[in-house]
Ligand binder design. Structure first.
Ligand code: ZN
Length: 406
């Protein structure tokens, strides 16, 4: 049975960079492995949502996994709490929380000096506001996962976090005037007041304050999402799947669609992530799973701060880590990004993402493309395609696609 390894290098695509002689970071990178895969495989350009649309990483991954975002996307909080190992029930509303500093009612630091949330939030913490239960869990640095559980609540609200300093935390968050919206607003304001009181009295904060260090006295919530039943990917596509990722968001997205999460030592979402360990683990796991999803974060992080030289260097590191894949038999590799992040734009763009499928020579009708990059892939045999097309193509190549008709 042919196995699939689906690798997403976040923010892979880019635009011409003057300092690189108008080549992109990927085009100017030394990448013998990706070039060989392009030469022996088939290439094209992926418009993850549709042509010209700018994908978020969350919506992009849902589409690549074969889940239309209009049906399955309700808000990022859901993926964040799943990614840190919290369990959701249908109807729960999930949030991303930030420990923040508020002085005289005005936000002075949205991250409370990036203090570690575990200093003030225990591993499992629950808060009861009326008949609604809040469940909290510390995440990396100042971040906290928050679940709101109860009847008559909605995620159709504004962020309580105004996303800037110098203003008060938002209190008027109801978008609609129905009972659930008003009730949700009321409960969340009471919860925020409870947390402000809890945090400002917490011994760790009092100690930090006496030492003149930044301290947290407020929990800002954003990214509300209401969890719903999602048909697991093994039922929807008859695929046993797993995820290898460093970033919590990507583990959360994978868990949302029912993938198993494989923890690989040294795999993180940072520049020093152990790429070799991730690819080796992916090959190992492909013996057990039909599809192994590998997420690599940091090219996007570098592009978002405009660091095109480091993005190019990181892409070269990715390339060398892929070498063991060339030794695999009966394995199909899909390599692409979830979206483009042009370094000069420092944000996600709607530019298509260079993509390739590599696999056994008897399976792949190669095209004329001999190297991997934004411009070479314009001439590839996959042409221009959408993110949702990928799972269909991979099912077909791996022999898992159902016959339509007779
Ligand atoms: Zn992304």
């Amino acid at each position: 049975m042919t196995k699939i390894i689906l690798i997403i290098a976040d923010g892979l695509g880019d635009r011409p960079i003057q300092e690189f002689g108008y080549k992109t970071p990927l085009e100017s990178a030394n990448k013998p492995i990706l070039n060989q895969m392009a030469k022996e495989g088939i290439t094209g350009l992926m418009h993850t949502i549709e042509r010209g649309m700018r994908p978020g990483s969350d919506t992009a991954h849902l589409l690549i996994f074969g889940y239309p975002y209009k049906e399955y996307y309700s808000g990022r909080g859901v993926f964040e709490v799943l990614g840190i190992g919290m369990d959701l029930r249908p109807g729960d509303v999930a949030f991303r929380g930030n420990l923040a500093t508020v002085e005289n009612g005005i936000i002075t630091d949205r991250r409370a000096g990036s203090m570690e949330s575990y200093e003030v939030i225990p591993e499992t913490m629950t808060v009861q506001i009326g008949d609604v239960t809040f469940i909290l869990k510390p995440s990396v640095l100042h971040r906290v996962g928050v679940i709101m559980r109860g009847k008559g609540i909605t995620s159709n609200i504004l962020d309580l976090d105004p996303h800037k300093v110098g203003v008060a935390p938002r209190k008027k968050i109801a978008i609609e005037s129905d009972i659930d919206s008003k009730r949700t607003e009321d409960i969340l304001n009471k919860f925020s007041d409870y947390m402000a009181d809890y945090l400002s009295k917490h011994p760790a904060n009092l100690k930090r304050k006496s030492e003149g260090k930044p301290n947290s006295n407020y929990l800002l919530l954003r990214g509300a999402g209401q969890h719903m039943y999602v048909q697991p990917i093994h039922e929807k596509y008859n695929l046993r799947t797993c995820c290898i990722a460093g970033g919590g968001l990507y583990k959360g997205l994978a868990k949302y669609v029912g993938m198993d999460i494989i923890d690989v030592p040294g795999a993180n979402a940072r520049i020093n992530t152990d790429l070799n360990a991730k690819i080796k683990a992916a090959i190992e796991q492909s013996k057990k799973y039909d599809l192994v999803f590998v997420h690599i974060k940091f090219a996007d992080s570098l592009a978002e701060v405009g660091d095109f030289q480091d993005k190019k260097d990181f892409l070269e590191k990715i390339d060398s880590s892929l070498a063991p894949l060339l030794e695999t038999k009966d394995t199909i590799v899909f390599f692409s990004g979830d979206h483009s992040t042009p370094c000069k734009m420092q944000a996600h763009s709607g530019d298509p993402v260079p993509s390739l499928i590599w696999g056994p020579p008897e399976m792949i009708c190669t095209d004329k493309v001999k190297e991997f990059g934004e411009r070479p892939c314009q001439g590839g045999g996959l042409g221009h395609f959408n993110g949702l097309d990928i799972i269909q193509n991979l099912l077909n190549l791996s022999g898992k696609q159902k016959l339509i008709g007779a």
